[in-house]
Design a protein around this ligand. Structure first.
Ligand code: UGA
Length: 448
């Protein structure tokens, strides 16, 4: 059992705190935001993540997890200090490391003995080295830095922390590596593989992991667009691709585009590092551009289908960037709503969890509805933008009666097109729509 301080009680910090307590450690979550700490101490968890509240409440009651603004005390008691603060994008795509630097300064000031410093935040290559240099300059204690990137998916984060596919530990310090192997021993005993490497390799590994997954999504989205144009069915293509063990079925579901707090930000940061290192990452840059254009085309397709969007009403199901989260950061659903409004449509939106967060961005440009049926009222078209489970079992006959028009744009391919048509609706899917025309020359095999 180790005494661990986790600096940052945001998404990653809270999940790491819960997971580290579950692995048998004493954990103190530290934040400069007193309101947040007070809320946590009152048992209010500021984010929605399945399973998180139960674990935190359980260990808070036995004091195995505590929350405080007193960084000095938490750090002085700790054997290991995790840095889990935000690294948002700056205007040029690079990562803003000011919170990481501030956390390192607090550690240097308060370290009363040797401690392992763990970088959990997603940081560009070279950050661990520069934080290590900084700590050596500011403190006489032995404060080796371990890069331990996280691969948590929102909505599955607790489960991902406790049953990860892998743990990456980057450090050049043997003592720090041994300490971390002890922390994660319960997982190793359950068969989890640990990849040990240098700090630089671990830092890059995190970005590359996200970039690869985002590339899969962008690729299948591009193929979905082609399927629309030539009347092929992308769902079948994804299934066939997934059966090839070399490809795997994961991350081959087409959708309105990838979003969230990680993929877009991390791809921009990786592209920035490539440019800075004079090794332009053309594929990564192109994936970002494909995703941007793909998100925009939902409104464009609707405009064509409806013969204009001005004065039209569009119901929008989903505002979160994916299901099972209230996170709307870089959500394709928000991009779709914004573009629909820009083109003159009235938008009636519903999300089971994310309306409040969405309203900070969209304000009163859209109407927020109490459920999916209210969103469908008088709508010329209905768009499913987030794959919430409850949107899979809509009463389509009731939807048809409530709507003025007939178009259902299922950007997540939740429905069998025939089931939608049977309810008297016109089905538009992502890469399996029936409105496309095969250009003659392709059908005839002509070359010019
Ligand atoms: C992602 C990674 O999956 C995690 O491993 C990583 O730790 C995390 O980023 C991070 O860097 O913190 P997350 O942002 O929660 O996790 O979301 P994903 O489940 O990966 O989905 C990302 C986006 O891709 C979403 O917009 C989702 O709707 C989209 N997506 C995903 C698809 O459109 N199709 C798919 O088949 C899969």
């Amino acid at each position: 059992m180790k005494n661990i301080a986790v600096i940052g009680t945001g998404y990653v910090g809270l999940v790491a705190s819960a997971g580290l307590a579950e692995l048998g450690n004493d954990v103190t979550g530290v934040d400069i935001d007193a309101k947040r700490i007070n809320a946590l101490n009152d048992g209010r968890i500021p984010i929605y993540e399945p399973g998180l509240e139960a674990i935190i409440e359980n260990y808070r009651s036995t004091a195995r997890i505590r929350f405080t603004t007193d960084a000095a005390l938490a750090i002085s008691e700790a054997d290991i200090v995790y840095i889990a603060v935000g690294t948002p994008s700056l205007g040029d795509g690079s990562a803003d490391l000011s919170a990481v630097r501030a956390a390192a300064a607090t550690i240097a000031t308060n370290a009363n003995r040797a401690k392992v410093v763990v970088l959990k935040s997603t940081v560009p290559v070279g950050t661990a080295e520069s934080i290590g240099d900084f700590l050596r300059l500011r403190s006489e204690r032995h404060l080796p830095v371990v890069s331990n990137p996280e691969f948590l998916r929102e909505g599955h984060a607790v489960q991902d922390f406790l049953s990860p596919d892998k743990i990456v530990l980057g450090t050049s310090d043997d003592w720090a590596r041994e300490m971390m192997l002890e922390v994660y021993r319960p997982l190793v005993e359950r068969g989890v593989r640990i990849v040990t490497c240098t700090n630089e390799t671990a830092e890059l590994c995190k970005y590359v992991n996200n970039a690869f997954l985002a590339t899969k999504v962008a690729f299948i989205n591009e193929i979905a667009d082609l399927c629309n144009a030539v009347r092929a069915d992308v769902a079948v293509i994804s299934e066939a691709l997934g059966l090839d063990k070399r490809i795997s079925p994961a991350f081959l579901n087409p959708g309105p585009g990838f979003g969230g707090s990680c993929f877009p930000k991390d791809l921009r940061a990786l592209a920035y590092v490539g440019r800075a290192a004079n090794v332009p990452l053309r594929l990564v840059e192109e994936v970002l551009e494909e995703n941007r254009q793909h998100m925009m085309q939902v409104a464009g397709t609707l405009e064509r289908m409806l013969g204009g969007l001005s004065g039209r009403t569009v119901g929008l199901l989903g505002l979160a960037f994916k299901a099972d989260t209230d996170d709307v950061r870089e959500s394709p659903a928000i991009a779709i709503a914004t573009e629909l409004v820009r083109r003159g449509a009235r938008v009636r939106a519903f999300d089971p969890r994310a309306s409040e967060n969405a309203s900070v961005i969209l304000r009163d440009t859209v109407a927020y509805c109490g459920d999916e049926y209210q969103a469908a009222e008088d709508a010329d078209a209905l768009v499913i933008a987030t794959e919430w489970d409850r949107f899979r079992t809509l009463d389509l006959n009731r939807i048809r009666q409530l709507m003025k028009g007939t178009h259902l744009y299922d950007t997540r391919n939740l429905y069998a097109p025939d089931a939608v048509r049977q309810a008297g609706l016109t089905y538009l899917g992502m890469g399996r729509s029936d409105f496309a025309v095969i250009p003659r020359k392709i059908a005839m095999g002509a070359t010019s």
